[in-house]
Structure formats: C-alpha cells, structure tokens
Design a protein around this ligand. Structure first.
Ligand code: CA
Length: 236
C-alpha cells in the first residue's frame, strides 16, 4: 500500500482529502504544520507528499526546499491557491515535482497521485534492476555530465547542481531523442504520465528550471531549443 503524507492546515480540506485518498486504498498520514511534516518525514519514508503552501509557521515552499537540501527525494506535489500561481512556481523552484491549484478536481488529483506513484515505482525498479535494458546512468548536456543515479550534474569547472526526479525524467526523454522535436504533450505523457492534461505550462516551467540549471545563458539556450508551436528539441 502506498503511503502518502498530506500536509494541510485547514481541517475540512485535510479530512476530505484524507477520506478520499483512503477510499482509494492509500495509507494516509496528515500533518497540519510544516514542522510536524519534517518531523514525520525524519521517521517515516513516504511514497508521495501532498504539500499545501500556506501553512502556519514555516510554509510549504520552505518545507520543500529543506527536504531537498537534506537529501529527501520523495515526490512532492504542491497544493497552491488558484490566485497564487507564484506559489506553484516557487514550489517547483524549491524542488517540487508538480503542483495542483485549489480548489482541485478530485478525479484530477487522484489521477495525479496515481501517475506520480507509478513513476516512483518505475524509478525504484530501474534502480534495483541492473538489466541490459536499463536506461543510461549518465548523459552529456554541453559540458555538463548529468548523473541519473546521484540526481545531479557536474561541470568540469567544479560546479554541481541538484536535479529533481521530474527534471531527470525530462533529460532522459531528451537523451532518448536527440535532435527530435518533443511536444509538451509527450512530456506530460512520458514524464508526468498525465495524457490529456491541459497543464502544458507545467512542462514550460520545468524547461525554464532546466535551462537555469544547465544552460550557460538561460535566456539564449544552446541545448534546449524552443520550437515554436511544436515543443522542444535537445542539442547535446
Ligand atoms: Ca493552508
């Protein structure tokens, strides 16, 4: 049974969400503050964290960046208010994998939970199954060497950057199709496992993050090229 940590301070939202997630056969713990979430995650390994942004004490963005800084790689989905898209962007920048805006559609949220957990299981299977079919453990991105095992990229000049599971998923997809145009829909299908989702902006946000991490001039990219009206193309 997959174990989910729901971090939400509004009781009625937390209770409703926990009820529906348990109904869908997930094991759910609820934390009502960022501090208690960090304490619980120190003791328990979760398969997924649903993380509200507006919390008393330290907020969801801070929780997210503290988790990533301390090596926690659990998938994190940010729950942000609809009129505060800057929270969603800040969450992604802090290392979250995805976001949903409130009030959310329950079916959409459950689909996102299923997709994120599938990807997590897939990642574990890849990590433990050293078969001939396993994807490459490293890729070149200009001068950077991306290491899929350590979730990081290293530059010959000594710089290193941490990369989130979703960012690595996008890089894997780029690496598998060098020079070919990859549509936003393909990214959503392959990396987010969310076919039919309209949230193509999520892809653009992650492209922006990857460029900031790995392009020498993010505003004038040489490796992740935008193809107008089509998607993105990777030039190693
Ligand atoms: Ca809240």
């Amino acid at each position: 049974m997959s174990r989910i940590l729901l971090v939400e301070d509004e009781d009625h939202i937390a209770e409703g969400l926990a009820f529906n997630l348990r109904n869908a056969a997930y094991d759910v713990d609820v934390a009502s503050t960022g501090e208690s979430a960090l304490t619980m995650m120190a003791d328990t390994t979760y398969d997924l964290v649903l993380l509200d942004v507006m919390l008393p004490g330290i907020d969801g963005i801070e929780v997210c960046s503290r988790l990533r800084q301390t090596g926690h790689m659990e998938p994190i989905v940010i729950l942000s208010a609809k009129d505060r898209t800057e929270d969603a962007v800040a969450g992604l920048d802090a290392g979250a994998d995805d976001y949903m805006t409130k009030p959310f559609d329950l079916d959409m949220l459950l689909a996102k939970v299923r997709g994120t957990l599938r990807r997590q299981v897939w990642g574990r299977a890849q990590a433990s199954n050293h078969s001939a079919a396993e994807p490459p453990e490293q890729m070149r991105f200009g001068d950077w060497l991306v290491d899929f095992q350590t979730f990081s990229a290293g530059h010959p000049d000594g710089r290193t950057v941490e990369l989130s599971p979703k960012e690595l998923g996008m890089l894997r997809l780029f690496a598998s199709r060098p020079g070919k145009v990859i549509t936003r829909e393909t990214f959503l299908e392959e990396v987010w496992e969310m076919p039919g989702s309209l949230e193509t902006r999520t892809v653009d946000n992650f492209i922006r993050k990857l460029r900031q991490a790995l392009e020498e001039q993010p505003s004038n990219p040489r490796h992740i090229m935008s193809i107008r009206g089509a998607g993105y193309r990777f030039v190693p």
